[in-house]
Ligand binder design. Structure first.
Ligand SMILES: *[C@@H]1O[C@H](CO)[C@@H](O)[C@H](O)[C@H]1NC(C)=O
Ligand SMILES: *[C@@H]1O[C@H](CO)[C@@H](O)[C@H](O)[C@H]1NC(C)=O
Ligand SMILES: *[C@@H]1O[C@H](CO)[C@@H](O)[C@H](O)[C@H]1NC(C)=O
Ligand SMILES: *[C@@H]1O[C@H](CO)[C@@H](O)[C@H](O)[C@H]1NC(C)=O
Ligand SMILES: *[C@@H]1O[C@H](CO)[C@@H](O)[C@H](O)[C@H]1NC(C)=O
Ligand SMILES: *[C@@H]1O[C@H](CO)[C@@H](O)[C@H](O)[C@H]1NC(C)=O
Ligand SMILES: *[C@@H]1O[C@H](CO)[C@@H](O)[C@H](O)[C@H]1NC(C)=O
Ligand SMILES: *[C@@H]1O[C@H](CO)[C@@H](O)[C@H](O)[C@H]1NC(C)=O
Ligand SMILES: *[C@@H]1O[C@H](CO)[C@@H](O)[C@H](O)[C@H]1NC(C)=O
Ligand SMILES: *[C@@H]1O[C@H](CO)[C@@H](O)[C@H](O)[C@H]1NC(C)=O
Ligand SMILES: *[C@@H]1O[C@H](CO)[C@@H](O)[C@H](O)[C@H]1NC(C)=O
Length: 766
């Protein structure tokens, strides 16, 4: 599996292995079937036996002339029985079997099993985590919190899963360590406390498939990387071929790791994902980190939405990746109102190389070439476009290219194939994550430094220069910035709830790696390493999951919605040099809430947010009702046959706001008034007073009632209204602002982004 996402479409190569699995059998397919448990006859001892009998009688109808006995047939057709994540099962069915099943008592709905794709350290320090104060101290590094990962598995021998300094396994834990190919249960310890694998859905779709590693062992690397990002223990002397040297650690280094392998080199499918989350709920994880998603499906058919609703009801916090399809609007996945949806930002670590010209002048550029390079003066030549036909007789040279009128990707490809000594790329392109991990010695410099290099070449008769790699620079540039690949809101699955929620480090993240999984190739030779540097929202979700684990430990009484609220309302909107966080995907303009959510997660502030916006499953049901979903659709999410839709409301008690001004109906008059009701809970000092402050929004009048909230007790709840008056149809497609509740000392600022949208608003439905 190529983990090095090479050129142009970031993440594509990496994702390919997981999305290429396209089912080709026209007739039969896997289906996820929702059943109404209240219709189960008392005679059945378990859901499993009821489902078997249901399938069996359905097949009796559809296979009247078949010689197969219905019972054995049905047990071979049943893939999984689900008891927690959804209520129902998955089965491999022909069209006539599916039709017959639809007539069964208790049948609610069904949908096709869908393929799923992955969204492919410095991080803890970058987030402000230090050992003697803040969230690490308050949570004792996330001690005893169990984080579950549904991913590609784990490399248990990695030092990141050492259990040194970690206490005995919590008694409440019900998970286990399953043995399998090259995976012995004794590989688990007090750190890695659960390892299970799920591939029955994959095999049911294609019985001829060969599972190359039938166990939780990670043969891809993604799962090892994500789980160590969130919860890896401290590892001294970690580095990536000499880059980023130091002590590596996850965000919650004392949290426990439980791994559910459901994403395989051979493919990945919803039925396995639901089975994995079902088991994680039963086992008793506290936090789930999911670095994958499905695009373009309604909430009631999205396996992550279904299973995470069940998780929420069990008080499990779910962190998900926004996707890598940015920078266009409406590209986000996992825009699910009851999970945290995480965008990806850069970190302040820069990987530099020094290019020293023959005249002694040196320029610094970006580079992450992992090979060895002996720095000597060699001839350099400026070829501008660097077309392949220009690249004869340059083998012993450093070739300088400029991408003004040409694609950097093409130039990179051309130089790679030309077997040159080194390459200098003069470029303005800012999304260099996937280029700088180069397969040949290459440095990426900005146009200003490019002029210095070009001038030198022009003015010398025999220009020469040298390259020096492995110069890691910390904290020098404006960071974080939002990456351009990070998927953007609004979420089509529910545009009424602002997504993404927050941003977390996702680019060039150093974390553990299986020692026998190729990192990349240099001169056709594979390279191996115990650590790898990867980029993607896949890396951002576990960073946020780690923060949630710290908060769960520090505030065990907080609900998942409260933890999310604390992360959202305390997020940073400023970068390290105190300018607004920039969007690399939009020419470094300030990032908006549809790009980065409320901003960069700030664990130390989230520890003490002052106020929280809480929510429970009843609130989400009111939202589902207001989305005009049918009772059956709502039931497939909640599992409950009675969902009270007497008070439908899109006005969820969420820590952000989305107001629509998109009506062209002249019946409605010239102005529209949007009113939001919120309830905040005081989790700070008993006696505290907060004052509202709103930023001006072009073309809109924003008002808060009341403007002051005076709390007299801890956990006291107070209500307020946010009223936005605007035109029937907004001129701009979107306008942004925010509402902050500021306490009298100005110590706490409880900030909520506001999005006013002139775009159409309709939730996806099938
Ligand atoms: C389902 O039931 C309907 C009426 O109850 C019947 O017309 C139809 O043939 C049944 N379908 C199957 C596949 O058994
Ligand atoms: C697992 O490993 C332990 C210790 O190395 C060994 O004693 C045991 O036999 C192994 N079990 C299996 C099933 O291989
Ligand atoms: C599986 O393999 C068998 C025997 O090689 C073959 O007859 C059958 O068509 C294959 N099935 C699929 C789904 O490829
Ligand atoms: C994978 O392992 C499980 C459990 O050990 C076993 O039941 C299953 O048959 C194996 N599947 C394959 C394809 O080898
Ligand atoms: C670089 O040099 C080191 C030390 O000599 C060696 O261990 C390593 O394999 C070399 N790396 C490559 C990519 O050749
Ligand atoms: C190349 O780009 C420059 C500006 O960057 C422009 O002036 C010039 O016309 C372009 N040349 C071609 C051949 O497109
Ligand atoms: C690349 O060039 C080096 C010497 O510069 C040579 O040893 C090597 O064989 C060349 N490789 C290819 C694929 O041409
Ligand atoms: C959710 O909270 C409301 C009060 O805010 C309460 O009436 C309702 O019963 C709660 N629902 C659940 C499922 O706890
Ligand atoms: C739901 O249906 C009502 C009545 O038709 C309509 O007014 C409302 O806009 C719909 N809501 C959504 C979210 O589409
Ligand atoms: C409103 O505008 C949309 C397109 O912007 C159009 O499709 C629709 O028919 C319009 N409705 C009315 C009532 O004018
Ligand atoms: C919106 O556009 C209309 C017509 O172009 C203009 O008259 C009005 O001033 C604009 N409103 C704002 C707030 O920019």
């Amino acid at each position: 599996m190529a983990t090095y996402c090479n050129i142009i479409s970031c993440g594509w190569l990496f994702l390919a292995g997981f999305s290429l699995f396209i089912h080709t059998l026209a007739q039969t397919d896997n289906y996820i079937v929702h059943m109404d448990l209240s219709a189960m006859p008392k005679a059945f001892s378990s859901q499993h036996s009821w489902y078997l009998a249901t399938l069996s009688s359905a097949f009796a109808v559809s296979t009247i002339r078949s010689t197969i006995t219905p019972t054995s047939h049905s047990s071979s057709k049943l893939i999984y029985t689900y008891t927690h994540a959804i209520s129902g099962f998955s089965a491999h069915l022909s069209p006539s079997e599916l039709e017959a099943l639809k007539n069964s008592s208790g049948y609610i709905s069904s949908f096709k099993d869908l393929p799923v794709k992955l969204d492919t350290t410095r991080t803890p320090t970058f987030l402000g985590l230090t050992s003697n104060s803040g969230a690490w101290q308050a949570s004792n590094y996330g001690e005893d919190v169990i984080i579950g990962f549904v991913d590609t598995g784990i490399w248990p021998e990695s030092e990141s899963y050492s259990d040194s300094g970690i206490s005995g396994i919590p008694k409440r834990w019900k998970g286990e360590c399953e043995s399998g190919t090259n995976f012995n249960a004794s590989l688990c310890n007090k750190k890695l406390i659960g390892a299970r694998f799920f591939n029955k859905g994959l095999i049911a779709r294609d019985p001829n498939i060969t599972i190359s590693m039938n166990s939780t062992r990670d043969t891809d690397g993604h799962g090892t990387h994500t789980s160590s990002t969130a919860a890896g223990n401290f590892v001294k002397g970690a580095s990536f071929f000499g880059y980023a040297p130091g002590t590596a650690s996850g965000v919650a280094p004392r949290a426990r790791v439980a791994v559910y392998k459901a994403l395989w080199g051979e493919g990945a499918t919803s039925s396995d994902i639901i089975a994995a989350i079902d088991q994680a709920i039963i086992d008793g994880v506290d936090v789930l980190s999911l670095s994958f998603g499905l695009d373009g499906i309604p909430l009631y058919e999205d396996p992550i939405a279904l299973a995470s609703f069940a998780a929420l009801e069990k008080n499990i916090f779910v962190s998900t990746s926004a996707g890598n399809q940015g920078p266009s609007f409406e590209t986000i996945h996992n825009g699910i109102p009851w999970v945290l949806t995480v965008a990806a930002g850069t970190v302040d670590r820069e990987y530099d190389a020094v290019f020293t010209l023959g005249n002694g002048v040196s320029v610094t550029g970006l580079a992450l070439y992992p090979g060895n390079y002996t720095s000597t003066q060699v001839p350099i030549v400026f070829l501008d476009a660097c077309l392949s036909e220009q690249l004869n007789n340059v083998r012993q040279k450093i070739v300088v290219c400029q991408d003004r009128n040409f694609s950097l990707a093409d130039q990179y490809e051309n130089l790679r194939n030309a077997n040159i000594t080194g390459g200098i790329f003069i470029t303005n392109f800012r999304d260099l994550e996937y280029f700088i991990l180069s397969e040949f010695p290459a440095i990426f410099v900005n146009p200003k430094d490019g002029e210095t290099i070009k001038d030198f070449i022009k003015s010398s008769t025999k220009p020469q220069a040298s390259m020096e790699f492995r110069k890691t620079n910390l904290g020098i540039k404006a960071a974080p910035s939002l990456t351009s690949y990070s998927s953007r809101g609004p979420s089509l699955s529910c545009p009424f709830v602002m997504k993404p929620d927050i941003m977390a480090p996702g680019s060039l993240i150093l974390a553990a790696w299986p020692q026998n999984v190729e990192v990349m190739r240099i001169n056709y030779e594979p390279l191996f390493s115990n650590f790898n540097i990867l980029s993607g929202t896949s890396m951002a979700s576990p960073n946020a999951a780690g923060v949630a684990a710290l908060l769960r430990k520090a505030h065990p009484e907080w609900s998942p919605a409260a933890i999310r609220s604390a992360m959202v309302t305390t997020a940073n909107t400023m970068d390290h040099i105190r300018g607004p966080i920039k969007d690399i995907g939009n020419d470094n303009q300030p990032a908006t809430p549809l790009d980065m959510g409320a901003g960069q997660v700030n664990p130390n502030k989230a520890l003490d947010p002052g106020l929280i916006y809480d929510l429970n499953s009843t609130d989400y049901v009111k939202l589902l009702c207001a989305l005009n979903f049918t009772q059956k659709q709502i039931q497939s999410i909640t599992k409950s046959p009675s969902n009270d839709c007497s008070f439908p409301s899109l006005d969820l008690n969420y820590p952000s706001f989305v107001a629509f001004f998109n009506s062209n109906s002249s019946r409605l008059g010239l102005t529209t008034v949007q009113e939001f009701h919120r309830t905040v809970t005081n989790v700070g000092e008993a006696k505290s007073t907060y004052t509202a402050s709103v930023t001006p929004m072009i073309g809109l009048k924003v008002r808060v009632m009341p403007e002051k909230l005076e709390f007299k007790a801890k956990n006291e709840k107070l209500n307020y209204k946010l009223i936005i008056k605007g035109p029937r149809q907004l001129n701009e497609s979107v306008v942004f602002g925010d509402l902050s509740w500021v306490d009298v000392e100005g110590r706490r600022v409880v900030r909520s982004p506001i999005v006013a949208s002139g775009l159409p608003a309709k939730a996806l439905s099938s």
